[in-house]
Design a protein around this ligand. Structure first.
Ligand code: PDD
Length: 282
C-alpha cells in the first residue's frame, strides 16, 4: 500500500486518510474520477485525462477543484512522497459534503482525493497475459461517457465473471452489441481482418488509451474502424483485446466458451501493444 494520500489540501498517511460521512461521493456517488498511468516516472496522457475529468465534472455541473497546474503539482508531489516509478495515480473529485438531500447543495467545498498504486511496467515481451471474458447484459446507466465513481454495475459484472471462472466481463447492450469491458474498452479484429472498436457515445467511456492507440496506429497506416460490433462478431473474431490506463493492452483469447482465433495472442494485438509500448518509452 502507498504511504501517502492527498486529501483536501493535505498529504496524510494512507491508513489515516478519510473523507466526511456526509460526503456526496459516499452518499450519492456524486463524484468523478480519473486514473493516470505513470510509466518510468512519466505521467502518460495527463492532459487528456484532466480534459476528460473537466468534461465529466461539467456534465455534473461541477467545476475543476483547482487549476491544472495545481493538480499537476499535487500528482508529482504524491508520486515523489510514495517513491512511485511505475503505477497508477487515482484522482477522485466529489461535490463535497452537505446534509443529505438529493438536490445539489447551494454551497459546499468540493472534496479532492489522490492516491497511487504501484504496478509493473507494461512490457509486451512478457506482460501480454491473455484474458478470458464472459458476456453479460450491460446494466449500467445511460451516461457511461461520464467517469463517475458509481461503479456498482461494473463491480457486480466483474464479480459475476470472476465467480464463473473468467477474468472480466464484456457488457452487451439490448441490441446485442458489445459496449465495453467493466473497466476497459473492447476491440476485435473481425474475421475479414478489420480492427474495430465502438465509437464514442453515451454508452461507453471514451478511453484515453483507446484514443492514443487510434492516433498511433493510424499514423502507422493501420486502419481502425470506430463501429459497434455484435457479440456474434466478437465470438467469430480473429483477435480481441482490451485497453485502459491500468491494463494498457491485454489480449482476449476466450469469450464465453469460444476460443478467439487460435487461442494465442494475435499478430495485430501484439503489433498494437508494441506500438503503444514504444509510445510509453518515447
Ligand atoms: N478504467 N471503459 C471503462 C468503463 C473504464 O472504467 C475505463 C478505465 C476505460 C478505459 O479508459 P482509459 O483508457 O482512459 O483508462 C474504458 C480505469 C482504468 C479504472 O477504472 O481503473
Amino acid at each position: 500500500m502507498s504511504r501517502f494520500a492527498y486529501v483536501n489540501g493535505a498529504y496524510v498517511r494512507h491508513s489515516d486518510a478519510s473523507v466526511h460521512i456526509e460526503d456526496r461521493g459516499f452518499q450519492f456517488g456524486d463524484s468523478v474520477y480519473e486514473v493516470v498511468y505513470l510509466y518510468q516516472g512519466k505521467l502518460i496522457d495527463a492532459e487528456p485525462h484532466l480534459d476528460r475529468m473537466e468534461r465529466s465534472l461539467d456534465e455534473l455541473q461541477m467545476d475543476m477543484p483547482m487549476s491544472r497546474k495545481a493538480m499537476g503539482l499535487i500528482m508529482k508531489e504524491l508520486i515523489k512522497r510514495n517513491r512511485l516509478k511505475t503505477g497508477l495515480v487515482y484522482i477522485q473529485v466529489t461535490r463535497g459534503s452537505a446534509t443529505r438531500d438529493f438536490p445539489f447543495p447551494s454551497a459546499c467545498d468540493q472534496t479532492m482525493v489522490m492516491t497511487t498504486r504501484r504496478m509493473p511496467a507494461f512490457d509486451p515481451d512478457k506482460a501480454l497475459k491473455p484474458l478470458k471474458v464472459k458476456s453479460l447484459p450491460d446494466i449500467r446507466w445511460s451516461r457511461c461517457d461520464i467517469k463517475t465513481t458509481q461503479l456498482l454495475a461494473a463491480a457486480l459484472s466483474k464479480q459475476t465473471a470472476l465467480d464463473d471462472g473468467y477474468d472480466d466481463a464484456w457488457l452487451v447492450d439490448e441490441a446485442g452489441f458489445v459496449t465495453e469491458g467493466t473497466s476497459n474498452n473492447a476491440w476485435i479484429v473481425t474475421k475479414d481482418g478489420k480492427l474495430k472498436t465502438r465509437k464514442p457515445s453515451h454508452e461507453i467511456l471514451n478511453g484515453i488509451t483507446r484514443q492514443s492507440i487510434i492516433t498511433l496506429a493510424t499514423e502507422k497506416g493501420i486502419e481502425i474502424i470506430e463501429e459497434a460490433f455484435t457479440l456474434e462478431e466478437a465470438l467469430e473474431a480473429k483477435e480481441a483485446f482490451v485497453t485502459s490506463a491500468s491494463a494498457c493492452l491485454k489480449p482476449v483469447t476466450q469469450i464465453n466458451e469460444h476460443t478467439i482465433g487460435n487461442g494465442n495472442v494475435g499478430i495485430i494485438s501484439e503489433q498494437i501493444a508494441r506500438i503503444y509500448a514504444n509510445f510509453l518509452k518515447g
